[in-house]
Design a protein around this ligand. Structure first.
Ligand code: HEC
Ligand code: HEC
Length: 290
């Protein structure tokens, strides 16, 4: 090993190693690096004392702060449970009308209602309540049984023509000629009436026509004199161009001679009170709520 000498160019000591005239400089470690290194060592000691660190035969060193990730998780869960409990209590106590007045509760209802709807209602009513033939659109303001928050909630709770004894249950009778329930309309009268009803949404009704006479006599008790529907009977508005089943004369004849009776299940056994309120708030918000 050669004797230590100073490098003439930089003034730094050399290590004494030399290859082909190139000498290795003995540059000292920068101070800042040394301090940072010492600081990390001190930090690790502090960490060992404060937090769980070393395994021992019977467990591990717990640290003076008493932290554990399991404990932190349990605390988070408890906090979530507490905040959910306070929502739940309010939801159980308040009516749907009161819930929508509180912006925070409304948010909570909408978020939950959207999920509940997608899981339970969308198979029949379409995603976002867009409806299908026989399954009413819930995103417009045309309601068979009423569009207030309470009406909607009642429809959900008891269902419509469901097996629940409090369900709304009015049914359109058959008017087929010789039919048992209805008056029985002759083929000719049936066609006149169907033409009248099919045209209601375009022309309104001519109160001097034969069609109106037949309508007034047979249908107005449920659908109203002007055909605008009666919600207590669940009888649809026939003048608005929105059809539960299908549009046109043939569809009207089909409904008069073999009426369908749409069934909406009661949700009382499947959803709890809170979920039903959330669903009602969500449906009400879809666009057509009154
Ligand atoms: C099995 C199919 C089915 C499912 C599932 C279903 N519904 Fe219905 N729902 C119907 C039918 C059919 C009607 C129309 C009944 C009628 O013809 O009067 C209806 C009517 C309604 C009405 C009344 C509409 C009006 O115009 O007055 C509301 C509100 C409603 N459903 C909400 C819901 C909600 C909320 C859910 C989910 C919790 C749901 N429905 C699930 C079939 C269903
Ligand atoms: C006892 C009450 C009642 C009477 C009377 C009645 N309806 Fe109805 N009508 C209903 C109900 C309820 C519905 C909805 C059926 C459903 O929700 O499944 C309906 C549905 C209809 C529909 C289907 C509407 C659509 O949007 O698809 C037509 C059309 C109709 N009625 C025409 C008539 C005509 C015409 C008469 C007279 C000959 C008549 N109804 C008499 C109760 C009645």
């Amino acid at each position: 090993m050669a004797e230590v000498e100073k490098d003439a160019h930089s003034g730094t000591d050399t290590t004494g190693y030399e290859w082909d005239g190139i000498k290795e400089l003995d540059t000292p470690m920068p101070r800042w690096f040394l301090y940072a290194f010492c600081a990390t060592i001190l930090w690790s000691f502090a960490y060992w004392v404060a937090y769980p660190a070393w395994p021992s035969l019977s467990g591990y060193t717990k640290g003076v702060l008493g932290y554990s990730s399991r404990g932190a998780l349990e605390e988070d869960l408890a906090a979530a449970r507490r905040s959910r409990a306070s929502w739940l209590v309010k939801f159980e106590k308040l009516s749907v009308a009161e819930i929508v007045k509180d912006p925070e509760l409304l948010n909570y209802a909408m978020a939950g209602g959207r999920v509940i709807f997608a899981e339970n209602c969308a198979p029949c009513h379409g995603s976002s309540g867009s409806g299908r033939p026989g399954y009413p659109v819930l995103a417009d303001d045309d309601w068979l049984w009423g569009g207030t928050l309470e009406d909607i909630k009642t429809s959900i709770v008891y269902g419509i023509r469901s097996t629940h004894e409090d369900a709304k249950s009015s049914e359109m009778p058959s008017f087929a000629a010789g039919g048992e329930e209805g008056e029985g309309l002759s083929r000719k009268n049936l066609e006149v009436l169907a033409d009248y009803v099919a045209a209601l949404s375009q022309e309104g009704g001519d109160k001097k026509s034969k069609g109106w006479e037949l309508f007034e006599e047979n249908c107005s008790a449920c659908h109203g004199e002007d055909g605008k529907g009666v919600q207590e009977m669940g009888a649809p508005n026939l003048t608005d161009g929105i059809w539960l089943y299908a549009e046109g004369r043939d569809a009207v004849i089909r409904q008069i001679t073999s009426p369908r009776h749409g069934v909406m299940p009661s949700w009382l056994v499947r959803l709890d009170d809170v979920a039903i309120k959330q669903a009602a708030v969500y449906v009400h918000s879809l666009g057509g709520g009154k």
